[in-house]
Ligand binder design. Structure first.
Ligand SMILES: Cc1cc2nc3c(=O)[nH]c(=O)nc-3n(C[C@H](O)[C@H](O)[C@H](O)COP(=O)(O)OP(=O)(O)OC[C@H]3O[C@@H](n4cnc5c(N)ncnc54)[C@H](O)[C@@H]3O)c2cc1C
Length: 476
């Protein structure tokens, strides 16, 4: 039977949903619709404004992504300049509450860092090579065709003449991101009362790109984390290696502690963080851009999987399903894992099998649960958080996370449990495994350290950067 899928949105969720479809049902026709004309190379675009900011692809997401392609998509990313970072030894992370995390020789989870533009472009190119049955069109989806029993396609505007104003399909996947109008679309076909939760810490991100100082190409990813336990707004910053020998430097502050968008204000903000390492690193780096600011960072969850009525042949994935405070770097991984759930269901059954959409939504909700609990347990603690108040369960989770984080600074067992869950390689229950529980209750095996765990060669690089910043050309 010929099958046709319409995917709304060519962001990472839409691309990976299309990859899942093409891998599981190679003969299916896939129509990918996006309001933007997609760039012909790695570039930012209007429809994905968050692409100007740091995007880490966690291990759980990168493994799910890998399974959707015949080609080695990660290898392609690395060939294009992306970096692979080991959480165990490729990262310097400081928690104001717990000190610096130790580094370990052993390997742990690995994440991928590059610009969002590069990631989307490489994934899109790999997808286009995987299938000749995919067509990409510029169009704005305005609504759904069908009724509460079954969705039969989409209504569109602004499309070329080949598409007209309606596109019929055997399966419709909404991957139109944080701004999706899916609740409105569903209400219009008779599916109402979808529950929603929103928790907004008011996080603002400010990002600037720098040229990596010569010789510092292998310097670890560096992050000063926010402190949710202080009763004051969270403030953080990160230096992230990206393609083209560049550093992406992102600062983030919750409501009342937002970073400014002017260059001097940005530098002052970073200099005022509880540890000077990020400020020291950028003091000797050449800025390549202005400061870009983004404020769409709330946690929003739509409980479609709990809706008493759900139309067959309609699915929601990625940010259209749930969004998370980006400080935890989980949104793209949740999107990839949801696409993998779709792949698995399509291999087992068929687009026309009753209940397929509901099953995929139920599986995807499990990944959302993990990311949601990580983000919300911390976010509810910040001052002036909007949306729901912290529940007793949230406070208990936050208390446990605090102890675990302290233990993780000096215990490999605690650290791997934390990384496995934040990388979405394991569900949140992994934090309660006997080894993690034991390590958490015992606390760190080593005392708190306020000195970054730099190797001698890295210390030399830092000194060279700081010496360079004292020379006239380095003052910026
Ligand atoms: C500042 C910031 C930093 C982040 N950092 C990270 C990180 O480090 N790691 C991580 O995993 N996640 C991060 N995220 C989250 C990540 O950006 C999202 O989870 C991810 O983009 C979700 O992908 P998506 O495809 O669902 O949505 P998007 O990437 O937003 O794509 C949606 C697409 O749909 C299109 N579209 C929208 N409406 C329509 C319509 N009606 N018709 C047709 N097309 C439409 C848009 O043009 C766009 O192309 C961050 C988010 C922010 C805001």
């Amino acid at each position: 039977m010929s099958q046709k899928a319409v995917v709304i949105g060519a962001g990472i969720a839409g691309l990976l949903a299309a990859a899942a479809m093409s891998r599981a049902v190679p003969e299916a026709e896939i129509v990918l619709l996006d309001r933007d004309v997609l760039p012909s190379g790695p570039a930012n675009r209007r429809g994905v404004p968050q692409g100007q900011h740091a995007h880490l692809l966690m291990a759980g997401g990168s493994m799910a992504m890998e399974s959707l392609f015949r080609e080695d998509v990660r290898k392609r990313l690395f060939e294009a300049g992306a970096h692979e970072i080991s959480l165990a030894n490729g990262m310097l992370a400081y928690s104001p509450d717990a000190g610096w995390f130790r580094r370990y020789r052993r390997n742990g989870s690995r994440m991928i860092t590059c610009t969002r533009g590069l990631l989307d472009w490489v994934v899109r190119e790999t997808l286009l090579q995987q299938t000749t049955r995919l067509s990409i069109h510029q169009a704005v989806v305005e609504g759904l065709l069908g009724d509460a029993q079954r969705v039969r396609g989409v209504r569109i505007s602004g499309a070329d003449a080949t598409l007209g104003s309606e596109v019929e399909a055997d399966l419709v996947i909404d991957a139109s991101g944080r701004g999706s109008r899916n609740i409105e679309w569903l209400t219009a076909i008779g599916v109402s009362a979808v529950q929603q939760r929103k928790i907004d810490s008011g996080l603002t991100n400010a990002t600037r790109i720098y040229r990596t100082p010569p010789g510092a190409e292998s310097f670890p990813l560096t992050m000063i984390q926010a402190n949710p336990y202080s009763g004051r707004p969270g403030r953080s910053a990160m230096v992230l290696p990206i393609e083209g020998n560049r550093w992406m430097v992102s600062a983030g502050g919750t409501r009342g502690g937002e970073p400014p968008n002017d260059t001097q204000g940005f530098l002052d903000y970073i200099a005022g963080l509880p540890h000077p390492l990020v400020s020291q690193l950028i003091s000797g780096a050449e800025p390549l851009t202005d400061v870009a600011v983004s404020r769409s960072t709330s946690n929003v969850r739509r409980y479609f999987e709990k809706s008493p009525v759900w139309p067959e042949r309609f699915l929601v994935l990625g940010d259209a399903l749930a969004t998370f405070n980006p400080a935890y770097g989980q949104g793209m991984s949740v999107a990839a894992l949801g696409a993998h759930d779709l792949f698995r269901e399509l291999v087992r059954s068929d687009v026309s099998t009753p209940g397929l959409s509901r099953r995929v939504l139920l599986s995807a909700a499990r990944h959302v649960d993990t990311a949601w609990s990580t983000a919300v347990a911390m976010d509810v603690l910040y001052p002036d958080v909007r949306g729901e108040k912290a529940t007793i369960a949230d406070r208990l989770a936050a208390g446990y996370a605090r102890r675990l984080t302290r233990a993780a600074t000096g215990s490999f067992n605690a650290a791997t449990a934390l990384w496995d869950v934040t990388s979405l390689k394991a569900p949140a229950s992994r934090l309660l495994s006997p080894a993690a529980l034991f390590a958490t209750l015992n606390g760190p095996l080593l005392p708190r350290t306020n000195e970054p765990p730099l190797q001698p060669s890295e210390r030399q690089i830092l000194q060279r950067i700081m010496r360079g910043s004292e020379e006239p050309h380095g003052s910026r």
